[in-house]
Design a protein around this ligand. Structure first.
Ligand code: F6R
Ligand code: MG
Ligand code: MG
Length: 368
């Protein structure tokens, strides 16, 4: 069989209730759309918070017009239904009729991976809500470059050489490829700044086989002004020459801080939950991540999803995230809970500054 492409295309086309979740009728409508397309090998419709996720296998390759149009038409059709139901922020991607702190709202995010099928191909698709694509930097580093996370980097000859990381600077529209482990100190200078540098692709170094791909859309840059957080997705291949499923999931065992949460303007813990619990409610959060595990079967069949974070071994992570949420919330409008001015999705700063014009007095330097 020729190569298979796995496409994950997502958009927030309307929330239920507020920005907290998705309505089941919208998911059913998306399924109807994909079912009648006829050219997909298989598909699975999911949601994380208020984001609709279309997971598709096909043989059209990456960036294929037919596939992207199918996703776009599905989003439009679902938006029309969301408008009828007056779901919140319905059509914020297309024709906004509810204010959401942005002009264009959440445009579709895309992660696609084309690969030759192995005898057995376990894949994990991570889907997030209330955060931005830089949220993947931390776990991707842990999974593919940190021997304290991934034992295989030390003891499995098939990954002992390490991985290559493609890092994107969306502001300058530049990419750079780092080789791990030799260049990790250089790489961390950049990817530690998660709102400025985004890890986009990872390859196994020994044969350049693709290992992971993330969505990197920064809507603020597309729309040219503050818009919603991007709620990114990430595809990771696992086992036999890649980190094991458990090593991949281990990257999320610590609820590290990500940017997003309320009004896309706060740092908060990234909470891994089951599919059912991916409904950010407290202060519109904390930011969520779900992990859908699939085996890619014969003819691109998506055997799954398995709800990978639906496991008591992640209970402590969730509890810790709740404690961290309390700790961060007590900062109220102060940094580092609130994001630095440049990273906030909403800001009243220019207006307030203008109102107070004339009241700011130049500091007079006094000789001592
Ligand atoms: C963050 C998010 C929400 C909204 C907030 C205000 O990405 O979607 O936290 O920013 O609920 O929403 P609006 O401005 O639509 O009332
Ligand atoms: Mg929303
Ligand atoms: Mg969302």
């Amino acid at each position: 069989m020729a190569k298979i492409t796995l496409s994950v295309i997502k958009a927030d086309i309307g929330g239920y209730v507020g920005h907290s979740s998705s309505h089941p009728d919208i998911l059913a409508r998306a399924e109807e759309n994909l079912k009648k397309a006829g050219f997909l090998l298989d598909f699975c419709v999911m949601r994380c918070g208020d984001d609709l996720e279309l997971i598709m296998t096909h043989q059209q390759g990456e960036d294929n017009e037919k596939i992207h149009k199918l996703a776009w038409d599905t989003f439009i059709d679902c938006t029309n239904l969301a408008k009828k139901m007056r779901l919140y922020g319905a059509g914020q991607d297309i024709l906004s009729d509810s204010f959401s702190g942005n002009v264009k709202g959440m445009g579709p995010g895309v992660a696609e991976i084309e690969f030759e099928q192995r005898k057995s191909d376990p894949v994990i698709i991570f889907m997030a809500d209330k955060t931005s694509p830089g949220a993947w930097n931390f776990p991707l580093y842990k999974i593919f470059a940190d021997p304290f996370n991934t034992a295989g980097l030390v003891i499995d000859p098939s990954i002992h050489d390490g991985f290559k990381f493609e890092v994107l600077d969306p502001y300058k529209e530049e990419t750079i490829i780092f080789s791990a482990p030799e260049e990790i100190y250089d790489m961390l200078v950049f990817i530690g700044a998660r709102e400025h540098y985004i890890t986009r692709r990872i390859w196994r170094k020994s044969d350049n086989e693709i290992a992971a791909v993330s969505s990197t859309q920064k809507l603020a840059l597309i729309a040219g002004k503050y818009v919603g957080k991007d709620d990114p997705v990430l595809i990771v291949r696992a086992q036999s020459g890649f980190p094991a499923v458990g090593e991949v999931l281990e990257g999320f065992a610590f609820p590290y801080l990500v940017a997003g949460w309320m009004r896309g303007s706060h740092n908060g813990p990234f909470m891994p939950t089951s599919f059912k619990e991916a409904n950010p409610t407290r202060f519109d959060g904390p930011p969520r991540v779900i992990a859908a595990g699939f085996q890619i079967g014969d003819e691109g069949k998506l055997v799954g999803p398995r709800d990978m974070f639906d496991d008591p071994s992640f209970d402590r992570t969730r509890r810790m995230a709740d404690e961290m949420a309390d700790y961060m919330r007590r900062h109220g409008p102060f940094e580092p809970h609130r994001l630095p001015l440049a990273d906030m999705e909403y800001t009243t700063l220019p207006d307030v500054r203008k109102k107070l014009e004339g009241r700011f007095k130049k500091e007079v330097k006094r000789e001592v």
